[in-house]
Design a protein around this ligand. Sequence first.
Ligand code: IMP
Length: 207
Amino acid sequence: MRRDGSAAEPSLVLGTKNEHKRRELERLLKGSGVKVLSLKSFPECPEPKENGKTFEANARKKATYYSRHTRFLTLADDSGLSVSYLKGKPGVLSARFAGEPCSYADNNRKLLGLLGSLPSARRQAKFVCVMALYDRGLPVKVLRGECTGRISFSEKGRNGFGYDPVFIPKGFKKTFAEIGPAAKNKISHRGKALRLAKKAILAYFKN
Ligand code: IMP
C-alpha cells in the first residue's frame, strides 16, 4: 500500500538517470520488497539545476523536486571531494573542476597540479556523500557519509571512477582505484550514506 492510499508495492524513486546507482541501491535493498525506480521511468520530468553551495543543498533540492513531481518516496544524492589545502574545493564542483566539459583525467591532473609537491601531511582530503530522502516535497531524513584520507602524488590504479586514482583513504597505502570496489564500498562515503539510507527507507515503509 502506498502512502497516498493506492495499492502498489513499496516503491522508491532514485533521483538520478545513472543506471549504475540504481542497480547499486537495488542490490542493497534486495529481499526487502522495495522496488527501485530511476528517473528513466519519468522521461517527461526535467532535471533541476545543481547550483547549491553545499552537497546537502543540492541533495535536498533534487529530492524535493523529484518527490513532488513523481509523488513517490525519493532518494537523491550529491557527492564529491573536499581538499583541505584548497579550502574545500573542488566540493560541489567536483564533476566539472577542470571546466566544462572535462574528463576525470582532466580533473585529476588539475588537482595534482594545484597540490604540486606539498608534503603528505598537508594533502588531507575527504569524500562526502549526502543523501536526502523526501516524500512529496517534504523531508523524511538526510543522511551523510564521509571518508577521510589524502591526495596521492600521482594517479594510481585502474578501478573506480572520478578521483579514485588520486585518493588514499586513511589507514591505507593504496588509492581507491587500487583497492577495488568491495574494499572501497566498506569504507567509502557513498557506502556509509547508502547503509544509513537503507535503514531510513525500511523504517519509512514499516510505518
Ligand atoms: P555525484 O554527485 O555522485 O555525481 O559525484 C560528483 C563528482 O564527485 C563525480 O563526478 C566525481 O568526480 C566525484 N566523486 C564522487 N564520488 C566519488 C568516488 O567515490 N570516487 C571518485 N570520485 C567521486
